[in-house]
Design a protein around this ligand. Structure first.
Ligand code: GSH
Length: 110
């Protein structure tokens, strides 16, 4: 069972990233919610490998940084990244300048 260490999801989009990913992909985990108020000492500074949230524990393995967590989970759960190779490429690409004929823009109506 994974344990995901995060802080308030309203204020920490970094925490929200792996939390949403794991929920959306149906990956079970225990959630440990840490106290964090910007400008005040956090209760995780001394125990997180990076001094930051989020981090993930998988047995003896500890992974920190939201993208590293996503990559780690993707190695174990094939549903994490899309099967389509173009979609996998686009997942880490910055938003495209929209060219209407481009399939990357198919769902982008802005
Ligand atoms: N690049 C990191 C950023 C993590 C990060 O900056 N987390 C903030 C919370 S929003 C944090 O832990 N800050 C604690 C601090 O700065 O003391 C990731 O993707 O996980």
């Amino acid at each position: 069972m994974y344990t995901l260490h995060i802080t308030n999801k309203n204020y920490s989009s970094w925490s929200l990233r792996p939390w949403v990913l794991m929920r959306a992909c149906g990956i079970e985990f225990d959630e440990v919610l840490h106290r964090f108020t910007p400008g005040s000492p956090s209760d995780f500074r001394g125990i997180s490998p990076s001094g930051r949230v989020p981090w993930l524990e998988d047995g003896d393995t500890v992974v920190w940084d939201s993208l590293a967590i996503a990559e780690y989970l993707a190695e174990r759960h094939p549903q994490v990244w899309p099967a389509d190779d173009r979609a996998r490429a686009w997942r880490v690409a910055p938003p495209p300048k929209c060219i209407p004929a481009s399939p990357a823009c198919a769902t982008n109506t802005a």
